[in-house]
Design a protein around this ligand. Structure first.
Ligand SMILES: [Zn+2]
Length: 280
């Protein structure tokens, strides 16, 4: 077979998959409340991340159900339980969802303070030493504030690609039968990953601009090799909704109003994203 004929045939054979990769629909959204159960996540002075993420996710799901006709919400959890990351991926991939939104709350590391309290005398043989006495306290209060959205860093793309290969009906008729040694399959899968990444950045940008409109500080859209994003075969964003160890933000994130506003910002970002992809 001539090489040109071969190329044409190959392009023809993959074109339905490429169309599928740009399927302009948003009909199933997975909402993932970070942590849960024994995994409390970050702690503030009176609250824990796992409860705040669940509060926000349930509000977000309700807003989507009330205002986005034809869109199905799938939760990774609706109570205080801990699905493992593979279980969360499984829920999203089996549902063949179009979007994965993971909600988290930020915190900064504990800061260790040492305050000199005085000295004690220590005897060692005939020698005497003065030994300082410190009072050690852990300071966990931060002035850091605001929200950020994470998309999958490129270095985790091979895992993303294998997740796509395993579950996406467009890549192979038989899920789990992906032949990674087939170069054409690899090209299709890479296309998926590329398309998901740009969509994820697009969505993250929209969510961040909604937070800014509400007067929250935006720390931008960042890339990270996050396990929670790497295993799902669809565009996805992880939203850090504020700092639990910033006293003002902890109060805000615990309030009904605060949780509703956060959910609304994410919802409006998703709505804009939906309009945009459905116009394409
Ligand atoms: Zn978290």
């Amino acid at each position: 077979m001539q090489i040109r004929t071969l190329v044409v045939l190959l392009l023809l054979s993959i074109s339905p998959y490429l169309v599928h990769a740009n399927a302009n629909k948003l009909s199933k959204i997975v909402l993932d409340a970070g942590h849960g159960g024994h995994d409390v996540g970050a702690r503030g002075s009176f609250s824990a991340e796992k409860d705040l993420t669940l509060g926000i996710v349930l509000k977000l799901g309700k807003i989507i159900n009330d205002s986005m006709k034809g869109v199905q919400v799938i939760y990774t959890r609706t109570t205080d339980v801990y699905p493992t990351l593979p279980e969360r991926h499984e829920i999203a991939n089996k549902a063949n969802a179009d979007l994965f939104i993971s909600v988290h709350i930020n915190s900064t590391p504990f800061h260790k303070n040492r305050e000199l309290q005085g000295y004690r005398t220590v005897k060692k043989g005939k020698k005497r030493y003065k030994q300082p006495i410190y009072k050690v306290t852990y300071d966990h209060v931060t002035q850091a504030n605001g929200t950020e959205s994470y998309v999958l860093g490129l270095h985790r793309n091979s895992q993303k690609e294998s997740a796509i290969g395993e579950y996406s009906e467009g890549v192979t008729e038989e899920p789990g039968m992906l032949n990674e040694n087939d170069p054409m399959t690899a090209i299709i899968v890479a296309q998926y990953a590329q398309s998901f990444l740009s969509r994820s950045v697009n969505l993250g940008t929209k969510i961040q601009s909604q937070f800014e409109k509400q007067g929250r500080a935006s720390r931008g859209v960042l890339q990270k090799g996050l396990e929670v994003l790497a295993g799902s075969a669809m565009p996805g964003v992880l939203v850090e909704c504020g700092y639990v160890n910033n006293p003002d933000e902890e109060t805000y994130l615990n309030s009904e109003r605060g949780q509703f506003e956060v959910a609304l910002a994410i919802f409006r970002g998703i709505r804009e994203y939906k309009w945009e992809i459905e116009r394409q």
